[in-house]
Ligand binder design. Structure first.
Ligand code: ADP
Ligand code: MG
Length: 526
């Protein structure tokens, strides 16, 4: 019967519309949650987990990652922020805010009856054009130009809780990245070569870059072993100095003292033999990898090691091994028979020192040190320290972006306004619905100046209007000077950011919007 069919058809398309609308609504809600933390005057968030853990942060990726989001489309925004964190490291709030604004535009366009595929295609074109425009206004930067790198790091830190320490943290970030970068192969830069050790106590001002290496743990001294070693020969071992265990669960029944003595002696001889081999290699500082199979080192072993005057640092994490061996120029040793002098690293001094409330082991004067860097972060409490760590990470990523793509653009929403204006002009050369959609895309980008102004307590409408006027008059670097509450030339204010951060934010946000648009049904499976 035709009438019924028609009715069902209608129901079907109404449901698809509903799914799309609810997806967009949910994603927009997530974007709204982080909107107020954009920019230097943005607010910070206190994230309280059910476990009682509390963190204070301004970083979009961190806020979203900790948020309990269940709606599938909203989860895509969390992922979006994560991808921006991977690609660029900074701009994790911006990407979500832009995505939210684009989604809002989609809603308007959908209500006008534009088909989702047309919107999606037009947005794709608009994003590509936007990146082209950004490249047109970008300023090339030379890695020798330390000031430029410092300015970019400072801009990234300016929106953080720890922004007042940016004069200390920015040079640290720049130096650390330049230290681990191989000038011959800059694109192989790996931020994991930078070790950040956080220690509670003191203030962030006490943070320092250590020329050498720092271990978060103390030296093992329960058996009276040394805690300071000059002219150190360092061995990094992955085997255990403890009695071997049998493969299967079994019991050994000891029935008299003689037998007990034998077991004990056997164990002692075994450990003694291992310690002797270690000593014979000339090793006097031992870094022992954590072990899950059996004790990495027993009290008895510590006793003999102390007697042999070997300093011991235990609980080295498996994933630290590579960094340590790179830094110290030593090779990890998997079996005691491989303890050879050529596998050891040497350093002028290994010493346990007091830092704040705790103690750390510091290695300095490393002979032929590899391309790694160590930063010792300090802070008065855990909350500040963790946020300092995250902020430093952002600054490091900003410098990495500049190594990978050596262009800077002005900040303070000047690129977004410029792109919005140029896209607006471009849309006039297009036909039909495409033109409408591109114009929508252009308008959506104004969310950045709008939000920055709003967060700084300025009148957003006045500011955005004024910005449009300035950019139309050819002032392409005009942006919001949040400190003075006016519009100024952002280059003169030294507010600059890597091109890569903004282009990646635009492309990733667009990609996410297109994905959400194309979903017309949610299929729950078990
Ligand atoms: P994100 O997590 O996206 O990096 P931020 O809170 O760091 O978010 O804010 C970034 C935005 O703030 C960018 O648009 C940047 O241009 C702007 N911004 C940063 N520093 C300043 C400044 N000193 N004056 C004006 N705008 C700034
Ligand atoms: Mg930032």
């Amino acid at each position: 019967m035709p009438p019924k069919q028609k009715n069902e058809l209608y129901k079907e398309s109404a449901r698809k519309k509903d799914v799309r609308t609810s997806n967009i609504e949910a994603a927009k809600a997530v974007a709204d949650a982080v909107r107020t933390s954009l920019g230097p005057r943005g607010m910070d968030k206190m994230v309280a987990a059910a476990s009682g853990e509390v963190i204070i942060t301004n970083d979009g990726a961190t806020i979203l990652q900790k948020m309990t989001v269940t709606q599938p489309a909203a989860k895509m925004l969390v992922e979006l922020s994560k991808s921006q964190d991977v690609v660029a490291g900074d701009g994790t709030t911006s990407v979500v805010v832009i995505c939210g604004a684009l989604l809002k535009k989609c809603q308007e366009l959908l209500e006008k009856g534009v088909h989702p595929t047309i919107i999606s295609d037009a947005f794709f074109k608009a994003a590509a054009k936007a990146c082209e425009i950004l490249e047109g206004i970008a300023i090339p930067v030379n890695l020798e130009d330390r000031d430029a790198l410092l300015r970019a790091a400072t801009t990234s830190l300016s929106s953080k809780v720890v922004s007042q320490y940016s004069s200390l943290l920015s040079p640290m970030a720049v130096d650390a990245v330049l230290k681990v970068m191989d000038p011959a192969r800059p694109n192989l830069l790996d931020l994991r070569d930078i070790k950040v050790v956080s220690k509670v106590g003191g203030t962030i001002d006490d943070s320092e870059m250590v020329d050498g290496m720092v271990f978060d743990q103390k030296a093992a001294k329960s058996a009276g072993g040394p805690t300071r070693m000059e002219d150190a020969k360092i061995g990094l071992i992955q085997f255990q100095i403890s009695p071997p265990k049998t493969d299967i669960e079994n019991n050994v029944i000891v029935s008299d003292y003689n037998q007990m003595d034998r077991v004990y002696k056997e164990e002692r001889n075994y450990i003694l033999a291992v310690v002797k081999k270690i000593k014979a290699s000339g090793c006097n500082v031992l870094l022992i990898q954590k072990s899950i199979l059996r004790d990495a080192v027993t009290d008895l072993a510590l006793h003999y090691l102390a007697k042999a005057k070997i300093m011991v640092v235990r609980d080295i994490e498996r994933d630290e091994i590579e960094l340590i061996s790179k830094t110290l120029g030593c090779l990890p040793i998997a079996h005691v028979d491989n303890m050879k002098p050529e596998k050891l690293g040497s350093a002028a001094l290994v010493e346990e020192v007091e830092v704040g409330k705790g103690r750390v082991v510091k290695i300095t004067g490393i002979a032929n040190k590899g391309r790694t860097a160590t930063v010792l972060l300090r802070g008065s409490n855990k909350l500040v320290l963790e946020e300092a760590d995250r902020s430093l990470h952002d600054a490091l990523c900003v410098i990495r972006c500049l190594v990978n793509k050596r262009f800077l653009i002005a900040g303070g929403s000047s690129p977004e306004v410029q792109v919005s204006m140029q896209l607006g002009h471009w849309s006039k050369t297009l036909q039909g619905m495409e033109s409408v959609c591109v114009r929508g895309f252009a308008e959506a980008l104004e969310v950045v100046p709008y939000t920055l102004a709003e967060n700084a307590g300025l009148n957003p409408i006045n500011i955005v209007t004024e910005l449009r006027r300035m950019h139309a008059a050819g002032e392409k670097y005009s942006g919001i000077n949040v400190k003075k509450g006016t519009i100024t030339n952002m280059l003169e204010e030294n507010v600059v950011q890597p091109l890569l951060v903004t282009t990646s934010a635009l492309t990733l946000a667009t990609e996410c919007v297109r994905m959400i648009l194309k979903i017309d049904d949610i299929v729950p499976v078990r």
